[in-house]
Design a protein around this ligand. Structure first.
Ligand code: SF4
Length: 153
């Protein structure tokens, strides 16, 4: 998949207020954009998109987006797409719990150890994907500049 090599990927969490899944979605976003892949990822306020902010809509149209939703309602992914953005990956926090049966993640306002473990797991997976994507795009951009396939390996 090709992406704009000059733009950061937008990681868009749902709002998920009142649910631990929403808190996990937001903490995953911060872990990716602030710690794991700050050079290649940034975030944006979902409420701006929902309210029709033109600057926010332009931003998601110009970048690839990764949506992180707490549940199958997919509020982040749907609103990015409704704003004309491209969702290159849609992650549902609820799915991560399938590998953590019996986990006690915490509450809507405070994560417990199990919750942080799930945050790191999802964030690490997304950061890996972002780094792979950026490396691939850079290689494609360099090929476009006339470099050979051997040169960009
Ligand atoms: S995706 Fe689910 S948890 Fe997130 S804002 Fe929508 S309804 Fe709430």
């Amino acid at each position: 998949m090709q992406m704009n090599a000059n733009r950061k990927i937008i990681v868009m969490p749902c709002s998920g207020i009142g649910k631990v899944h929403g808190l996990i979605a937001r903490e995953v976003t911060y872990a990716v954009t602030d710690e794991m892949a700050p050079a290649n990822a940034e975030t944006l306020c979902l409420a701006l998109l929902v309210s029709g902010d033109e600057e926010a809509k332009a931003k998601v149209r110009e970048a690839d987006c990764i949506a992180i939703d707490g549940c199958p309602k997919l509020c982040a992914a749907k609103n990015v797409e409704m704003a004309g953005g491209k969702v290159i990956r849609s992650t549902r926090v609820v799915d991560a719990f399938k590998n953590h049966r019996g986990a006690e993640p915490g509450t809507a306002t405070t994560l417990a150890d199990d919750g942080w473990k799930i945050v790191r797991e999802i964030a690490g997976d997304i950061a890996d994907r972002i780094c792979c994507q950026c490396e691939s795009s850079l290689a494609q951009a360099r090929l476009g500049d006339g470099a050979s396939a051997e040169e960009v390996k």
